[in-house]
Design a protein around this ligand. Structure first.
Ligand SMILES: *Cc1c(COP(=O)(O)O)cnc(C)c1O
Length: 357
C-alpha cells in the first residue's frame, strides 16, 4: 500500500528551529512559512569551478523572495510579543519588502526608508502593495539607517534592521538547514556581503550546531563585496558606494566587526568582485543552471570562480553558495543583461526562418 511521506506543513523557522532560537510566545509568532529553501546541485559549471561539489542555497525562494524573511519573522514576532504596533527600517529594498509583508501579517504598521532611485523595481512594488508607508530619502542607505536609528530611539516604533538582534537569530536558520540537508557542514560557505549581518548569522548558526554536537566540522566563511562598495576589504568606510548589485551597495556595514570575527575564527576571507564578474556569474546561473537570482546574490558564485582561479579551492571540496534574493526582484537588470526579444510578423514562414530551421 502506498504511504504518505510528507510530515505535514512546514511551520516556519521559529517553530521548526525553536530550540536553537530565543523563545517567542506562540500567539505572537508571525510566519509566512519562511525557510526550507532548496539546496540545488550546480552541475553545469565544472569548466568554471573545477571538480568541487557546488551547491546553491536558493534563498530567493522565501515568501518575499529573499533571505530577509528568516530574520523578519523573528523581529516582527518579538515586536508583537512586546506590544509594539509599528516597525521601521532603512532598506536597499529586500528588508523593506519583508518588513512590509510580515507587518501586514501581524496587523502592524510599517515605515520603510529607501534611498531614492537606488532600489530595484520589484522590491519597491512589494513594500507599496503590502501597505507600508514608503519614504524615498534623497540620500544613501547609510543616511537612511542613521535616521531610522534616531527615530526608533524615542518613538513608538520597533527598528527591524539587522541591528535588531532578533534578525540575526532568525537568519541562523539557513545554516541549520544546510547542515540538515548535507548531514554535515560544507568545506566553504560563500555569500555576498552588504551590511554583513548574514555572514555573521551563518557563522553563529554553524557554531551553535557544532556546540550541540549535531555537526563535527565548521566551514570557512567566504564573504564577497562588490568592488565599488567594499569597505571591509579596503578597511575604510566608502562614502559613495556604487555597484549594479543594489542589495550590497553599502559603504558602512552595520555588522562590520562581527563579520571580521566570522572570517577570522573560521579561517575564511572577505574579498571583492567587480560588477562585470557579478553579472557574468548572474547570467551563467540563469543560462546554465536555470536559477534566476538577483545580481547581489551572484557575488557569491563570482567569488567561487575567482577563488578557483586563484587555486584556493580543491577538488572534492563541498562549497555552498547562498543565493540571497530572487531574480524577479530586479527585472530591469535581467532585461539589460540578456538578448532582446526578436520582433517578427505573425507569419509562420517568417518565424521559422528567424528560428534557423
Ligand atoms: C540584504 C541582502 C544582501 C546582503 O546581506 P547582509 O546581511 O546585509 O550582508 C545580499 N543579497 C541580497 C539579495 C540581500 O537582500
Amino acid at each position: 500500500m502506498a504511504e504518505m511521506t510528507r510530515k505535514g506543513l512546514w511551520r516556519g523557522v521559529i517553530r521548526e528551529f525553536g530550540e536553537f532560537l530565543p523563545e517567542i510566545k506562540d500567539e505572537a509568532i508571525t510566519t509566512l512559512g519562511e525557510g526550507n529553501t532548496p539546496l540545488i546541485e550546480a552541475s553545469n559549471l565544472s569548466d568554471k569551478v573545477g571538480e568541487i561539489r557546488l551547491l546553491l542555497k536558493y534563498d530567493g525562494l522565501n515568501p518575499t523572495g529573499s533571505f530577509k524573511d528568516r530574520g523578519m519573522t523573528m523581529a516582527v514576532s518579538k515586536a508583537k510579543e512586546d506590544g509594539s504596533e509599528a516597525v521601521i527600517c532603512a532598506s536597499t529594498g529586500n528588508t523593506s519588502a519583508s518588513a512590509a509583508a510580515y507587518a501586514a501579517k501581524a496587523g502592524m504598521k510599517a515605515y520603510v526608508l529607501v534611498p531614492e532611485g537606488a532600489i530595484a523595481l520589484g522590491k519597491l512594488s512589494q513594500a507599496m502593495i503590502h501597505g507600508a508607508m514608503v519614504l524615498q530619502v534623497a540620500g544613501s542607505f547609510d543616511d537612511a539607517l542613521d535616521i531610522v536609528k534616531e527615530i526608533a530611539k524615542d518613538h513608538p516604533v520597533t527598528m527591524v534592521n539587522s541591528l535588531n538582534p532578533y534578525r540575526l537569530e532568525g537568519q541562523k536558520s539557513a545554516a541549520f538547514e544546510v547542515c540538515e540537508e548535507l548531514g554535515h557542514a560544507p568545506t566553504y560557505h560563500f555569500l555576498p556581503v552588504g551590511n554583513a549581518g548574514n555572514i555573521t548569522a551563518y557563522w553563529n548558526g554553524y557554531k551553535q550546531y557544532k556546540d550541540s554536537e549535531l555537526i563535527s566540522n565548521l566551514p570557512k566563511m567566504m564573504g564577497f563585496q562588490a568592488a565599488g562598495a567594499a569597505p571591509i576589504v579596503l578597511g575604510e568606510v566608502v562614502k559613495k558606494p556604487e555597484t549594479v548589485a543594489t542589495a550590497i551597495r553599502i559603504g558602512n556595514p552595520a555588522s562590520w566587526q562581527a563579520a571580521e570575527m566570522a572570517r577570522d575564527e573560521s579561517g575564511g576571507l572577505i574579498d571583492m568582485v567587480t560588477d562585470e564578474e557579478i553579472l557574468d556569474a548572474y547570467r551563467l546561473l540563469a543560462v546554465r543552471e536555470g536559477v534566476f537570482c538577483e545580481p547581489a546574490s551572484a557575488a557569491s558564485v563570482a567569488g567561487v570562480i575567482k577563488m578557483k582561479d586563484k587555486g584556493v579551492l580543491n577538488n572534492g571540496d563541498t562549497v555552498v553558495c547562498t543565493l540571497t534574493g530572487h531574480g524577479l526582484k530586479d527585472p530591469d537588470n535581467a532585461i539589460k543583461n540578456a538578448e532582446s526579444p526578436i520582433k517578427v510578423t505573425a507569419d509562420i514562414n517568417d518565424i521559422i526562418k528567424v528560428m534557423g530551421f
